[in-house]
Design a protein around this ligand. Structure first.
Ligand code: SF4
Length: 603
């Protein structure tokens, strides 16, 4: 999607070309009013003249007039059913069935002219629900839920079907990837019930920038692609739009040519989260957060320096360790031994043949070892290849309360085998904790490791499975990247919160300030506020709704003017942008949610 002013034809054309050259197959452009919708014609003509006839999509939220103009120019019009012909004023009111029906009739009258125009001009329509902008009517009846998102879209689709218009696509976007996955799965089930079979456009909205944006996008989009869902995708980053394409292509390429096996459809907990109950084995399982394991087994010698990229900084003069919020919990050292004292929060996993029983050292054992030897350790890890799932006998392991299974996958399709393992354990009421592990060759590029591991491990985490993660990769140069990806993944799947979370919009023609720089600045000052959610939105029209569950909002309200929100409530308006970040920090302090950054331990 372009981020330029739609009235600036040249800038929009140039940016569209940059996106097309990067691999974009459609270009979406915002058209908030009739003038901008009309200018789509100039943009389209210029793109055609320059030899870039990519299909254009007009992004419409509130204005039927703009949509009706755009429908006669571009290939697809996207409408948001939460805003289009419906309203969101955050009012609480109950609708009787009769009142509800009257509202639907009113929507029908406002929406049907667009349907007729699209039908006449052969224009496609995306009915694009956003979690953060459900109408008051939907919110009051269905709540802020995936079910409400689905119903919001289906109400509009039913109107399309009255006019025998079927050129429609659905999307169910949210900034929380878990909501995204649940909503699409539910939509597909509902479509089947209503005998509908429309394509899906996938995306995680307001995913943010950098690592967080990529991980959130991969988690939502990748989980669904694996399940055979999705016909177009958009990765939505607070970065130049052409940066979105390499991420999108890697996600799509991974599953191209993949034939959906019926058994891989959906999850065990399709549309809800349910944490699997597990034994507590030292700090793994039970009520503990999922643990992070990092591989150092490929090294010939491991020194204190190797831990510096894993969240542990050794301070020589004081002979003590600084431990950051991103300090891994275990290292796997294979056949190595350590010749220094490890930090007090770190555990070490060693192969059984060299296991020295030192403090906080635990063995990695095979099924064979488990059956043949009596291994006395408070914690032991079972080295289990998930491809052997059919040979695993639960009776052999069920009563071992010091056992944790390290369940290793190697193939992009192993998610289904991991699900079989969880099904088997659930059916047998076996509570052995599982560390989810996935192997990536050391020659694989870092971005692919990040995206793939997010899908392979994250699609299980978001259903409540997994007591830890181990991204197995032996590239010596990316330890920090792998460690940070592990914590980012646990944060995105909301299983372990170790930093602040940002819901920042990707920006568009409505944006009123430099979102990229502002997001980077706010992140640098507040990143240490564990668990605090901050929305950074380019405009007041959509921003407050879209940042849904943020604790604080920083929203553009005019050129150089910012309004601050506490939750959904505006608490300061029209602050000059140069004072706005400070004002945001003051607001966080007022609420008692501020802590000073810890300079010593932070790496
Ligand atoms: S919130 Fe951001 S992306 Fe959404 S309409 Fe406003 S400026 Fe555009």
């Amino acid at each position: 999607m372009t981020t330029t002013d739609t009235m600036d034809t040249d800038a929009t054309v140039e940016q569209s070309i940059a996106m097309i050259k990067a691999g974009s197959e459609y270009v979406r452009i915002t058209a908030p009013n009739s003038r901008q919708a009309q200018n789509l014609q100039n943009i389209k003509d210029k793109l055609n003249k320059k030899g870039y006839p990519a299909p254009l999509i007009a992004d419409i939220h509130f204005t039927p007039n703009a949509a009706e103009i755009a429908a006669q120019i571009v290939e697809k019009v996207r409408i948001n059913p939460g805003n289009y012909a419906d309203q969101k004023k955050f009012k609480i009111r109950e609708y009787s069935d009769k009142e509800y029906k009257l509202e639907i009739d009113r929507i029908h009258d406002k929406f049907s002219p667009l349907v007729k125009l699209c039908k006449k001009h052969g224009t496609a329509m995306r009915i694009g629900t956003n979690h953060g902008s459900l109408s008051d009517r939907i919110m009051n009846r269905y709540g802020d839920t995936p079910f409400g998102m689905v119903e919001s879209a289906l109400e509009f689709a039913r109107i399309c079907e009255i006019y025998n218009f079927h050129n429609i696509v659905f999307s169910m976007k949210a900034s929380n990837p878990i909501v995204v996955v649940q909503a699409y799965r539910l939509l597909v089930k509902k479509m089947i019930e209503e005998n509908m079979n429309y394509p899906l456009h996938l995306g995680v909205t307001e995913a943010g920038d950098g690592e967080d944006g990529r991980i959130k996008s991969a988690l939502g989009i990748g989980t669904l692609l694996y399940e055979g869902l999705g016909d177009t995708i958009r990765v939505s980053l607070t970065e130049p739009p052409e940066n979105e394409i390499p991420v999108a292509k890697r996600l799509v390429d991974r599953y191209s040519g993949y034939k959906l096996d019926g058994s891989s459809k959906f999850g065990i907990h399709d549309s809800h989260f349910e944490l699997r109950k597990t034994n507590t084995v030292l700090n793994i399982g039970g009520k503990n957060v999922p643990r992070v394991i990092v591989d150092l087994s490929f090294k010939n010698h491991i020194s204190r320096c190797d831990l510096s990229s894993l969240g542990y900084a050794y301070m020589e003069e004081e002979d003590k360790w600084g431990i950051s919020d991103f300090a891994c919990d275990y290292i796997y050292i294979g056949n190595n031994e350590l010749d220094f004292n490890i930090p007090g929060t770190l555990g070490v996993i060693q192969n059984l043949n060299v296991w020295n029983k030192n403090e906080r050292h635990y063995p990695l054992i095979s099924l064979d070892d488990l059956n043949k030897h009596k291994i006395s350790s408070k914690l032991k890890f079972l080295d289990f290849k998930i491809s052997n799932i059919n040979h695993l006998s639960i009776d052999d392991i069920a009563n071992d309360h010091s056992l944790v299974i390290l369940s290793q996958s190697k193939d992009r399709f192993d998610i289904i085998n991991q699900k079989k393992l969880f099904r088997k354990l659930l059916d047998n009421k076996c509570k052995i904790p599982i560390i989810l592990s996935s192997f990536y060759d050391k020659s694989l590029e870092d971005l692919k490791i990040q995206l793939y591991s997010t899908i392979d491990l994250g699609s299980l985490l978001i259903e409540g499975f997994g007591d830890g993660i181990f991204i197995e990769n032996q590239n010596p140069d990316n330890r920090k990247y792998v460690n940070s990806t592990s914590f980012g993944l646990l944060q995105a799947s909301r299983r372990r919160i170790s930093k602040a979370e940002y819901i920042s919009c990707p920006s568009c023609g409505r944006t009123l300030f430099d979102l990229e720089d502002t997001t980077a600045m706010i992140r640098s000052m507040t990143g240490h506020l564990k668990g605090v959610k901050i929305g950074i939105m380019g405009c007041i029209v959509n921003g407050p709704g879209e940042m849904a569950d943020a604790d604080y909002g920083y929203v553009g309200t005019g050129v150089g003017k910012i309004s601050l929100y506490r939750g959904q409530k505006m608490v300061k308006s029209s602050i000059e942008s140069k004072f706005a970040t400070e004002a945001l920090i003051d607001l966080i302090k007022e609420d008692g949610n501020w802590v000073e950054p810890n300079k010593e331990g932070v790496i």
